[in-house]
Design a protein around this ligand. Sequence first.
Ligand SMILES: [Zn+2]
Length: 433
Amino acid sequence: MTEALLPIDPGVRRAILDAVDTLAEPAVALLADLTRFPSTLGHEAACLDFCAARFGELGLEVRRVPTEPSTLEAHPGWSPPLIDYAGRDNVVALHQPRETKGRSLCLQGHIDVVPEGAAELWTTPPFQPSVREGRMYGRGAGDMKAGVASIVMAMQAMRLAGLAPAASVQLHAVIEEECTGNGALACMMALPKPDAVVIPEPFDHALLVAEVGVIWAWVTVTGRPAHVLEMQKGVNAIEAANAIAARFKVYEGEMNEARYRHASFAGHNHPINVNFGTIEGGEWNSSVPTRARIGMRVGVMPGYPVRQARADIERLVADFTRDPVMEGCQVKLEFKGFMAEGCTFDPAWPIMRALDAVHREIRGGAPARHLVNAGLTDARFWPLYQGTHATCYGPEAERIHGIDESVSLASMHDVTRVLALTLAGWCGVEKAA
Ligand SMILES: [Zn+2]
């Protein structure tokens, strides 16, 4: 068995960990700066510029990587976009050693965040980061700006210790992890293949070993309008949309049955979820609505090809359209957003063993738990389409995608320590230039 890590000189180890401690306060300030950007879909530009500046301050070569549909849309990992990509180029930074002693590494994080939801439900405003009892609250603080801060701080700690990784290192700040993954795909295709990838998603120090795939589907029903006095003559588009939704719930139940279970999800309570995330429709309270549109997210089991799940969805909608009560109505099905395969990540991969070894050292001896995830991440692209080992390892966060999202600052500090020592043990070290 090859060693997962190069031996780290005890003095080097001490210097790196001391540097991470010295940078504890700047790390919290960086997280606050990142969280202040409301970098929801289409509003990532300012946060990306900020990341480019921070990467530049690390003495790295900074590049912008556009997400170009014309060059990427034939790729099997591509998902149909929701909006245009102009002005939203991903940011990457490259470190090259004077002499390569170890293996190359990519540290990747997404800077897009999901919408804040009902802002008045937040204890403090979602984009005004607030620290309470050792946690930073704010939309995106956990998912995953703490991880992005840890990436920057791990590299900065090495620099402060007078060291640099002795192998090439890529830092990626990407868009659209929350809706397509196309930003991560664009960066993977634009840069040299690394030996491994770590994404510090907020999984509470667990190593990601499996994740579901996801499809975003949009169903628009155009009914037969009528006055409510003669509504039997009409087809209510909102009721029809509800009826379609009910059929998707039946499908969800089927896909959670044992016969579809991937082995990694054997012990999982309910891995496949259909979420109705958006609804719009209707024109007037006293008119039978003409049109209704629902947007949904459908989970896909690893090993169940996303192409097949897509065909399931098409069949389900086509069957519904043929129902006699829908005569004279139109049902339009669109796929925009995720068209993402499920994926597994082998704990025997060297990068997994390396993270586990450093985790044990930093977190008091016990091995890192393994996470089987009913959600998805950008990690899938690397093993599925490039043959590159990848996983997620990141801080403890609460209520990501919910109200009062927060991340533990102590946990973020430990993740920075783990990433910094992983850089040292995976890449080797040399004296900073
Ligand atoms: Zn995330």
